[in-house]
Design a protein around this ligand. Structure first.
Ligand code: ATP
Ligand code: MG
Length: 200
């Protein structure tokens, strides 16, 4: 095959690709906020959520974060995002398996949930990250229907990111974008300790 016919084929392929992409772009003309669910057993769910918060703030837009469950962790993202004016709410207790007190955990979850409700009705916030929300719904600390109602009634242009494993089906059903991170390998399982700046 001559090099010019290879070039032609390449051009044709790219032209078809361009037509396909242009058609998709023309079709996607609805403007509204979305719900993104980042789930699965692999590492990268919270990192992805915080990456998007940074993207949002980087454009001068406002974002808020509610972190469920991991209150005792000195989360690196919090240290910088609060300085950037991001509204940040964290559950007071640590891991549920540390406290082993459902009443206390429920109370702590409710406190952050009340702050979350305020964020979900604030049209100034372009993005709200609900980190590890799935567990709160799964363990019944907050009623899944109540969460769904608050999400459905949020301002039209506001997007929400939910992270965590094992998201209850009704909550999964209202997500617009769902990514499942697969656990292919994790250093922890070869005995490597979790590290500041990498794991939290
Ligand atoms: P990250 O915060 O690193 O994005 P994640 O949000 O996907 O992780 P979580 O289930 O919230 O994962 O767990 C948080 C902590 O557990 C992190 O320190 C992370 O490195 C670790 N971790 C995540 N996935 C795994 C795994 N498959 N095996 C062991 N540890 C994991
Ligand atoms: Mg996480």
């Amino acid at each position: 095959m001559t090099s010019s016919s290879t070039d032609d084929k390449y051009k044709q392929r790219m032209q078809r690709k361009k037509e396909h992409i242009d058609k998709k772009i023309a079709e996607a003309n609805e403007e509204r906020g979305i719900i993104i669910l980042i789930t699965g057993n692999g590492k990268g769910k919270s990192t992805s959520g915080f990456g998007t918060v940074l993207r949002c703030v980087g454009h001068g837009l406002k974002a808020g974060v509610a972190q469920f469950i991991k209150g005792k962790w000195d989360c690196g993202e919090r240290n910088i995002l609060e300085k950037l004016g991001v509204d940040f709410h964290v559950m007071g207790t640590g891991f549920t398996w540390d406290t082993q007190n459902k009443e206390l955990d429920t109370q702590a979850a409710q406190e952050v949930w009340q702050e979350t409700r305020k964020m979900l009705s604030n049209p100034e916030l372009t993005l709200v990250l609900l980190d590890e929300l799935t567990y709160i719904a799964r363990y019944g600390y907050i009623d899944t229907d109540e969460i769904i109602e608050a999400l459905n009634n949020r301002p039209k242009m506001q997007s929400v990111i939910i992270t965590g494993r094992g998201c209850p089906q009704p909550l999964t059903d209202i997500a617009d974008t769902i990514s499942e991170i697969k656990d292919v390998r994790h250093a922890y399982n070869s005995g490597v300790k979790a590290q500041k700046g990498i794991d939290w």
